[in-house]
Design a protein around this ligand. Structure first.
Ligand code: BDP
Length: 716
């Protein structure tokens, strides 16, 4: 008896420990705090739905779990509601509700859209959830649960929603040996060794989390690809995952190593124009689709950073992409070709290379090819101007690649909410084809009528109990899904939703946490790379500051290549007098950014070699402004620490403690960044630190002597 009691107690303890760990993400379904709202939810615990598909079983289970968690009530599945309160779930054809809209209007909601509508008859409220497909219903139900976990009333709902982008995708950079390139949250969650027979429950929770925010595509493997995943044995493993993800509306993609025909196919070449190579890919595609009929397609990094590609055979990106596209086309598969290419053989500003490479090829790609473009032209920097390829490819669908894993933003130890950064990029006006054509309009297909649209986030997920290492990094995964669904959503709304579902519904605490989140990105930019500085982090691992670094095997991997500090000033001249990367942007942008007096401060050192004594709008020199920005970054983190202390009673103990410790680390690292960068740049400016800027704690030599051979994320 005592034994049983002990076991139950342990079980209860481990359950609550799991609840406190962040494992449940934004699907925590915590007890509703507002008593009136909670009571009103109980009225909706009768549900009418035919359970005739795996997706509907998922819906029923999710509703059960959520209702128990939020109201303590178990839902009752009924055949009809007569005139009682409750929820009615069904395809539009099943519901046959006139007030939903005309057949044409409903059709326009597509395969993934849904409607939520409350109808009150004789004092009883019925909430209808309708869609054209079961996946639409799943999305509708998740929206309902989001509304409930943010404690809003259900009686007057009238919501219609459909995704603006077709592909809403996570790109895992996970290796088959379970290391994760640029992963800071443990190992890969994919246990390739035990698949396909052992399918970890965690994959289910992963699929639930993705479906709840509309993510419908995942690429499982690193873009620095390993051909082994395309072997028959591994395809069995991929199939097990695809089968699991299917009823959640999630398609699986794989990264295709361009040299796979040689490595696993026994051919002498991977030349895309070679008949045997073409045939090999045709057969491979057929094999994949025989196992996974809805396989999404291939994500390809070619001829970039040592990855093989068509250029190894004197062919171009079109030759490579179209060869794969031809193999996938009979099965409706897609090729997602990455535009992150640069070569050090070309003595050209790295900024300019992707545009130079791809713009001449516009119009030549097959109709099932998308070009995946990083938000900026260099590489996921803390803040980067939008990539000039957005708006420049009118005939080739361009999709967005954001990085959720914080490779350049403090790993998983810094609290950096990325939605404001994503917004800044999405809102940027490309002026192509005309003013008002924001990056969001380009990627949602409205500027150039793209056939395919999408947004991908490089995942920040690992085997850590809370998935993302930093509890707040979950918000970046969440934001990616929400913005891919609706690229116009504000950072504030996304933060509101996430906080209420994940941390607390207390209004004051929510506001404080939101303040922390909304200022966090600006703070990080300030203490790392203010006023347009970029790529001055540690070599290889990218941990911490190393602006002095100049020993890389290629010039454009050196920090000194990017900041170019000398006694006259600092920054990369990309104007007409310099590399002229600005010429790749539309005329109005060129004009504004070409002039050091009209360019936004935040882009200064991206495009100008700014004299140390240059007078800025506030009347102070660039050096003084730079120094103050670094200090502002540090002060900002200290402010976040204080704000966090004030919410202690409203968040769970374990996460409170975790974030407190992480903010402490962040504060110390912010000081390190400020001190190391200012100490180093001062050797060029030869100017004193202005008043209000704390002097460095150590000498420059000390910062230069630090080394981190085991910094995480190198993926080896
Ligand atoms: C860089 C990363 C590298 C990736 C590369 C990519 O440092 O690990 O392989 O991006 O996107 O930022 O391919």
């Amino acid at each position: 008896m005592r034994g049983i009691f002990f076991t139950i107690a342990l079980w209860a303890l481990s359950l609550s420990a799991l609840a406190e760990s962040g494992y449940h993400l934004w699907l925590r379904y915590a007890q509703v705090q507002n008593a009136a709202i909670k009571n009103s939810y109980r009225l909706f615990s009768s549900v009418v739905m035919k359970e005739n598909s795996p997706t509907r079983t998922i819906i029923r289970k999710e509703l059960e779990r959520a209702f128990i968690g939020m109201t303590g009530y178990k839902i009752l599945i009924k055949n009809d509601l007569a005139i009682g309160n409750g929820i009615v779930i069904g395809l539009f054809t099943e519901l046959n509700l006139d007030s939903f809209g005309t057949p044409e209007e409903l059709k326009r909601l597509g395969n993934e859209g849904f409607k939520l509508k409350s109808v009150t008859i004789s004092g009883k409220t019925q909430l209808f959830i309708g869609a054209n497909t079961d996946i639409g219903l799943l999305y509708g139900v998740f929206r309902l649960l989001q509304i409930m976990s943010t404690e809003q009333p259900l009686a007057k709902l009238s919501i219609e929603s459909k995704p603006r982008l077709q592909l809403r995708m996570l790109n895992h950079w996970d290796n088959l040996n379970r290391t994760v390139e640029r992963g800071y949250a443990g190992n890969s969650i994919w246990n390739w060794h035990t698949l396909p027979d052992y399918v970890d429950d965690r994959y289910v929770d992963y699929a639930r989390a993705n479906a709840s925010i509309g993510i419908n595509a995942v690429s499982l493997t690193n873009v620095n690809a390993n051909a082994t995943v395309l072997t028959t044995a591994y395809l069995q493993k991929v199939k097990a995952m695809a089968d699991l993800f299917r009823p959640y509306g999630i398609k699986v993609f794989l990264t295709a190593r361009f040299s796979a025909p040689i490595e696993i196919g026994g051919l002498q070449t991977a030349d895309p124009l070679n008949a045997q190579v073409k045939d090999w890919w045709m057969q491979k595609a057929a094999e994949i689709y025989s196992q996974i009929p809805d396989f999404g397609g291939f994500l390809v990094k070619a001829n970039s950073e040592g990855q093989p590609g068509p250029q190894n055979y004197g062919r171009n990106h079109v030759d490579g992409a179209n060869m794969l596209a031809a193999a996938l086309q009979p099965h409706n598969g897609l090729v997602i070709w990455r535009a992150f290419v640069y070569s050090n053989e070309t003595p050209e500003d790295r900024y300019k290379q992707p545009y130079q490479e791809f713009v001449p090829l516009d119009g030549q790609f097959a109709s099932n090819v998308l070009l995946q473009v990083k938000n900026g032209a260099i590489d996921f920097q803390p803040r980067e101007p939008f990539h000039p390829l957005f708006g420049a490819m009118q005939k080739t669908p361009v999709m967005m690649e954001f990085q959720l894993t914080q490779e350049y933003l403090g790993f998983a130890t810094h609290l950096v909410y990325l939605a404001p950064m994503f917004r800044e990029v999405l809102d940027a006006d490309t002026y192509r084809p005309h003013k008002g054509s924001s990056v969001a309009r380009v990627i949602d297909g409205s500027s150039f009528d793209y056939k395919h649209t999408g947004m991908a986030g490089v995942a920040n997920i690992g085997s850590d109990l809370n998935w993302t290492g930093h509890p707040f990094a979950q918000a970046n995964w969440y934001a990616l899904g929400r913005l891919a669904w609706n690229p116009d959503l504000s950072s504030e709304i996304i933060a509101d939703e996430w906080i209420a579902q994940t941390l607390t519904t207390n209004p004051q605490a929510k506001n404080i946490i939101k303040r922390i989140m909304l200022q966090s990105h600006e703070n990080a930019v300030n203490y790392m790379t203010p006023l347009g500085l970029h790529h001055i982090m540690g070599y290889g691992h990218h941990y911490g500051p190393a602006p002095w670094f100049n020993k890389a095997s290629r010039e454009d991997w050196n920090c000194t290549y990017f900041h170019r500090a000398d006694t006259t000033g600092i920054g990369f001249d990309r104007t007409k007098n310099g590399s002229n990367a600005l010429s790749q942007y539309a005329e109005p942008i060129q004009q504004k950014w070409e002039n050091i007096n009209t360019i936004d401060d935040k882009w200064l050192a991206w495009f100008h070699h700014v004299p140390w004594h240059f007078t800025m709008d506030n009347g102070q020199t660039f050096w003084a402004n730079l120094s103050h920005k670094y200090q502002e970054g540090v002060n900002g983190v200290r402010a976040m620490q204080q704000l966090w202390q004030s919410v202690q009673q409203h968040v769970n103990e374990a996460q409170f403690k975790q974030v407190t410790m992480l903010l402490h680390v962040q504060q110390q690292e912010a000081v390190w960044w400020k001190d190391a960068c200012l100490a180093y740049f001062q050797t060029f400016s030869k100017l004193p630190l202005p008043k209000g800027v704390e002097p460095p704690l150590h000498t420059l030599q000390y910062y230069q002597s630090l080394s981190f051979p085991y910094a995480p994320g190198n993926g080896h």
